[in-house]
Every structure is written in structure tokens, then in C-alpha cells.
Design a protein around this ligand. Structure first.
Ligand SMILES: [Zn+2]
Length: 422
């Protein structure tokens, strides 16, 4: 057993933070065992790691991130989705045909995730099997719990990023066979989105999903252009998600739909039916996508929502930056498009990025007894003149912090380096 002292904050539920000021967490077997305000006499011989007035929080989960676009972060985002894909994204993704390039980029990406406090993630690769194999091996080795997928794409992109459906399905199946037994990072089916996939590919992925009991990540109603393209290319379907439902992709494991900004009633019903996750990516929303998820209204309807960085439509690798941004966007949504309850609170946004999304990766995203101890120690960002409460320390970090404000990282109960060591 080990005991850690700090202020302790995690989500009690979607509306409320659990706050243990100046308290102790006892960790055993990689999980939280107890939280105490004083160490009981019988444990007085166990050494205590003292983080003083710093605050201990759960590590973050990124539900939507494109590893190959990591070298593109922070530019090109004055374009809109269709042009951005052609001019910025696809030229970069084509470079992953070179395994040496992929290794350099993916090593840096995985290290950066951990440095920013992200220990759980749903990650997109490219169509390249060798590069995506390196990515999932690297994530698994570094202990990142989550999913990584070889992208499925067989139309409407540049030639060197397209595969025939036969090759895509054959190599995807080999990828599933090879990595389904991974300890931390599992494979996931990853049709990019409906406009870049034929029915043959999507239906084939549905068969693989059934055979290997594998879930799916994709982009869902992310822009009006994407939703319109999906309807044109799959006229037999009444909405974007029905394309995947008809292919049998919805009930083989977790389904994570990126963005979910312009859902129809049919889209919402299918999301509810299969208990899917929507990945809300605020930075991407104000950059290349140009639409705001009705997050408050969707939460009211029971849709599960986590946060994503969507590198590189979003530009910042730390999910914590998206917590504050999600609150800001909900207020803009309410001002410009008032339509029911759309504002969300800071505790709700923090819950999305930790406890709610952590359920995808096992018992993570919380510090309540029984939870896997994936956690961060955030420096006390109080001013000399004004001391912050524990919950204010967390809020300030999410709005104004950087990775340098993360004083320590714990994964499965063990303290780990900042991500840059092997
Ligand atoms: Zn995306």
C-alpha cells in the first residue's frame, strides 16, 4: 500500500465534485482503497508521499484524436472542413506510408499525450497498416488505456490514401487478430466517415465487428457538408448513423461518434438505443468544423458525452483545455441559438473529461474507492493574496494551466515520468 496526501477532487456525479481538502488517498494493487482525512493508527507505518496543498485529480480521457495529424497542430485551421482535409490533413496523412516518419511522429505524439495528463484515448491512425501497428504498439507499451484504429477509406480522397475494400478489410482483419489481446490499447474499427467509405467497405467492417466483437469510432454529423454527403451517398438511410447501424457496427463494443453537432431525431434515437458516446471537441468546433454541439440538451436526453482534442482540427494536446472551452461554447450556443437548456457547468465539463469518459476504459476517471489509480497532481495555482479552494485549483488549471503545472503522474498506482522517458 502507498498513501498520498493532497487536496483530492473528482466527480461525484455529473453535477457535483467530490472534494476532500487536506486528505489522504490509500492505493493498493493499482486501485484506490480508502480516502481519509487522517491516516488511521493501524496504517501509521505506511510511508506517505506528501503533495502539500497541490490537488490530486483523475487523469484525463481523450475520446477523439488523430495521431497522424500531430505534426499539423496549430495551423491551417482558418479553413473549413472539406478544404482543410484536402490541403492540410490528407497531404500529412500520406507521409505515413514511410514507417520511419511514422515512428518519429508517433513517439512524440504518445509522449506528449502523457505529458499533458491524458492516460486514456480513442485514437485514429491512417490507412497505413505498418504505421498504425507501430502506433498501437507504442500506446500499449506506454500504458495508455484505450483504442487505436487503422482508418477505413476507399473513396473521395487522394489516390495514395485509398485502399480497395478487399485490401482494407484483409488488413483490418489482420490488425484485429494481432492486437485484440493487447493489455492496454485495443484495436477499434475506424471507418473515417460516410463520405469516404463505400457501402462494401462499411458492410465488411460490420462483419469484422461481429466476428471479433470490436467496437467502432467514426465522425458523426460533424458538419452540414458531411451530413449532406452521407445522405446523398447512402440514400436508403434516413440519417448518418443508420449507415453504421444497417452495417451491424453498433452493438459489438463501444461506439464513439466524433462531434455529433447536427444530429437529427433519428440520429439521437440510434445513439440512445446503443448507449454510444459522442465526442465533443470544442477547439475543432471553433476551427474547421464551424458548428456547436448542443451539449446541454443532449445530456438532458441521456446521451453520453466525453471530450476530445481532435488534433489537428483542434490544436492543443491537453484535454483539460477543452473542459473550460466546452463551458464557453455552451454559453455561445445558448446566446446565438437558444434552444432548450444548452449551458453546462464546470463540474459537468470536468465530469465529461474524467468520470463519464473513463467508463469506456474500465474503472478509470475517478478517485472513489475501487477506481483504477490513474491520477495527476496539479500544482496549487493560488495567488499569494488569495488562496484557492480545492475545486478552484482544478478549475484554474483547466482554464489557465499548462503541462508544467502537472507536478506528478500516476498510472495504475505507480508514479510515472512526464512521458519523455522509455
Ligand atoms: Zn476527427
Amino acid at each position: 500500500m502507498q498513501i498520498i496526501h493532497a487536496d483530492i477532487v473528482y466527480s461525484e456525479n455529473s453535477k457535483q465534485l467530490a472534494v476532500h481538502r487536506d486528505s489522504y488517498v490509500a492505493v493498493e494493487g493499482g486501485r484506490v482503497k480508502y480516502i481519509w482525512s487522517e491516516v488511521p493508527e493501524e496504517y501509521s507505518s505506511v510511508p506517505v508521499t506528501d503533495h502539500g496543498s497541490d490537488v490530486l485529480i483523475p487523469a484525463f480521457s481523450d475520446l477523439h484524436v488523430h495521431a497522424p495529424q500531430y505534426p499539423n497542430r496549430g495551423f491551417g485551421t482558418d479553413l473549413l472542413l472539406e478544404d482543410w482535409l484536402e490541403q492540410i490533413t490528407f497531404p500529412m496523412e500520406a507521409r505515413y506510408a514511410d514507417p520511419e516518419f511514422a515512428k518519429l511522429a508517433y513517439d512524440a505524439f504518445v509522449d506528449h499525450l502523457i505529458a499533458e495528463g491524458t492516460m486514456h484515448a480513442c485514437v485514429y491512425g491512417t490507412v497505413h497498416t505498418e504505421a498504425t501497428s507501430y502506433l498501437i504498439e507504442r500506446m500499449d507499451k506506454k500504458g495508455i488505456k484505450g483504442f487505436a484504429g487503422k482508418i477505413g477509406m476507399d473513396r473521395s480522397a487522394r489516390e495514395d490514401l485509398l485502399e480497395s475494400p478487399e485490401k482494407a478489410l484483409r488488413e483490418t482483419e489482420a490488425f484485429l487478430e494481432k492486437y485484440s489481446g493487447n493489455r492496454n490499447t485495443k484495436p477499434i474499427l475506424t471507418p473515417r466517415f460516410a463520405p469516404t467509405c463505400t457501402g462494401e467497405l462499411i458492410n465488411g467492417l460490420g462483419r469484422l465487428g461481429k466476428k471479433y466483437n470490436t467496437g467502432m469510432q467514426t465522425h458523426l454529423v460533424e458538419s452540414l457538408w458531411e451530413a449532406e454527403q452521407a445522405r446523398l451517398l447512402f440514400p436508403e438511410c434516413s440519417c448518418d448513423i443508420e449507415i453504421y447501424e444497417r452495417a451491424g457496427l453498433m452493438d459489438n463494443g463501444p461506439v464513439i461518434g466524433g462531434h455529433f453537432i447536427f444530429p437529427s431525431e433519428d440520429d439521437i434515437h440510434i445513439m440512445q438505443k446503443y448507449d454510444c458516446y459522442a465526442a465533443h471537441c470544442p477547439d475543432a468546433t471553433v476551427s474547421v468544423i464551424a458548428g456547436i454541439m448542443p451539449a446541454g440538451a443532449l445530456l438532458d436526453r441521456g446521451i453520453r458525452i466525453g471530450l476530445g482534442t481532435d488534433i489537428s482540427a483542434g490544436h492543443h494536446v491537453g484535454v483539460y483545455t477543452q473542459v473550460g472551452r466546452a463551458v464557453q461554447l455552451s454559453k455561445l450556443k445558448n446566446f446565438y441559438e437558444p434552444d432548450g437548456n444548452n449551458t453546462i457547468s464546470f463540474p459537468e465539463a470536468f465530469w465529461m473529461a474524467t468520470k463519464q469518459s473513463g467508463q469506456l476504459f474500465g474503472d478509470t476517471g475517478s478517485l472513489e474507492p475501487g477506481a483504477v489509480f490513474d491520477a495527476l497532481v496539479i500544482k496549487d495555482l493560488s495567488d499569494a493574496a488569495v488562496k484557492l479552494t480545492p475545486e478552484q485549483k482544478v478549475e484554474r488549471f483547466c482554464y489557465a494551466g499548462t503541462k508544467e503545472d502537472i507536478a506528478a503522474r500516476y498510472m495504475d498506482g505507480e508514479e510515472i515520468p512526464d512521458g519523455t522517458d522509455d
